[in-house]
Design a protein around this ligand. Structure first.
Ligand SMILES: Cc1cc2nc3c(=O)[nH]c(=O)nc-3n(C[C@H](O)[C@H](O)[C@H](O)COP(=O)(O)OP(=O)(O)OC[C@H]3O[C@@H](n4cnc5c(N)ncnc54)[C@H](O)[C@@H]3O)c2cc1C
Length: 369
């Protein structure tokens, strides 16, 4: 396939800001550039439509960190760093909520709960410490509270409430951001993968050996970044998600976390969405392949039938996988890697919250320098 002269001239410009990837970060980046510089040409290059990154495949949790996740983070980084990361998530969700609500889409802030079986335990001291972190990061007092929860009898050894968590439809989120980007004049080139970047000549190379010039380049490819920058510390991590058949008498609502957030579930209408269990077979899940891991599917079905919906005849009706970008630190990477080339990647498992913030920060970095 070759572009015609007309097609090429319409797409290519030495003035272009090229954004690779049209997930939440790529779209937020493109919108932010236009917000700062309305006349600057912006071209988003994306392999697929719908984009096949995590932004349309995630579970739709708008979350900021549970007590066990924060306690785990404190084992690997300073309290100040944990506060900063939670703050990024919090600011990101405010920005996303503004963008979605100005287009008539709302995030459903029904709250979240962290569940525990009898083998896990968090102390009052740990809850107090996490509440201090949340207060400094979000300004909210007593973010985590102890609750009684009899909805899931095998997971009710303890229950912690997180009253500001929310949920959304990820495809509606991406489509809305896409529409906003088009409205502000962003161009899209779908169905083309960037196979190489020539930093010196300031060109990206597409699979068909088509070369596009750029003025500034933004790489927003998260879990797929190593195919362009193999030495970067962003590792792919696969996650499985299922949605069940329709069920009668589902009483509970909100979003639920279990086992340091490795298992997560919520209602989608009168179905259950359940995902995670990556820690059940970790050595197989550091991949960007979309294939299913039968061991994890079996584990999620067991968890569904034993813990969430025992005796309800719940069955998976839809299965899919998606690819996260993780690394040795939970800090996202926002940096200039070469002159005029910027990275906004490594969002971990809370990209819905942090993604809009990352787009804004990478654009600030590019234009405030
Ligand atoms: C199954 C699953 C469940 C999740 N659940 C949640 C959740 O409930 N809440 C939450 O906050 N987070 C969740 N996450 C994480 C969250 O979805 C991600 O952190 C976030 O979507 C990442 O956004 P992104 O824009 O950085 O990357 P992506 O959405 O992955 O977008 C990257 C895009 O780049 C494109 N691309 C890659 N390489 C190239 C190339 N060479 N050329 C052109 N295009 C390219 C890809 O096609 C892709 O569309 C989940 C992730 C997964 C996988």
């Amino acid at each position: 396939m070759h572009f015609s002269f007309w097609e090429y001239n319409n797409i290519n410009s030495k003035e272009n800001c090229i954004v690779i990837g049209s997930g939440i970060v790529g779209l937020s980046t493109a919108i932010e550039i236009k917000k700062r510089h309305p006349s600057m040409p912006v071209l988003v290059v994306e392999k697929y439509y719908p984009p096949q990154g995590a932004s349309t495949k995630n579970a739709g949790f708008a979350c900021f960190g549970s007590v066990t996740e924060l306690i785990d983070d404190l084992d690997h980084m300073s309290k100040q760093s944990v506060i900063e990361i939670v703050k990024m998530r919090w600011q990101g969700i405010q920005l996303l909520n503004e963008r979605l609500s100005s287009n008539g889409i709302s995030i459903d802030f029904d709250g979240g709960k962290e569940l525990f079986d009898k083998n896990e335990f968090v102390t009052d001291k740990e809850i107090k410490l996490c509440n201090e972190i949340m207060l400094l990061a979000t300004g909210i007092e007593n973010y985590f509270t102890r609750l009684t929860n009899d909805d899931f009898s095998s997971l009710n050894a303890q229950c912690l409430g997180m009253h500001k968590e929310g949920q959304l439809d990820p495809m509606v989120m991406v489509e809305t951001l896409n529409n906003i980007a088009i409205e502000v004049g962003v161009k899209f080139l779908y169905g083309h993968a960037v196979s190489d970047i020539n930093f010196r000549s300031k060109q990206v190379v597409l699979n068909e050996n088509i070369k596009l010039d750029f003025n500034k380049l933004f790489i927003c490819t998260n879990g797929f970044t190593q195919s362009l920058l193999p030495n970067l510390e962003v590792n792919p991590a696969r996650n499985h998600v299922m949605i069940t058949n329709e069920l009668d008498n589902l009483q509970w609502k909100g979003v639920y976390h279990y086992d340091k957030g490795y298992y997560y579930f919520r209602r989608v209408g009168n179905r259950i969405l359940l995902g995670g269990a990556r820690n059940f077979d970790p050595s197989k899940e550091d991949t960007n392949s979309f294939e299913f891991n039968e061991k994890i599917k079996t584990e999620l079905i067991r968890f569904l039938n034993e813990n969430i919906a025992p005796g309800m005849n719940a069955r998976p009706m839809y299965w899919w996988t998606g690819i996260l970008g993780v690394g040795p630190s939970k800090y996202p990477i926002i940096k200039e890697i070469e002159k005029d080339c910027y990275l906004g990647v490594r969002l971990g498992g809370m990209g819905v919250a942090i993604g809009s913030f990352l787009g804004k920060e990478v654009v600030n970095l590019a234009f405030d320098n």
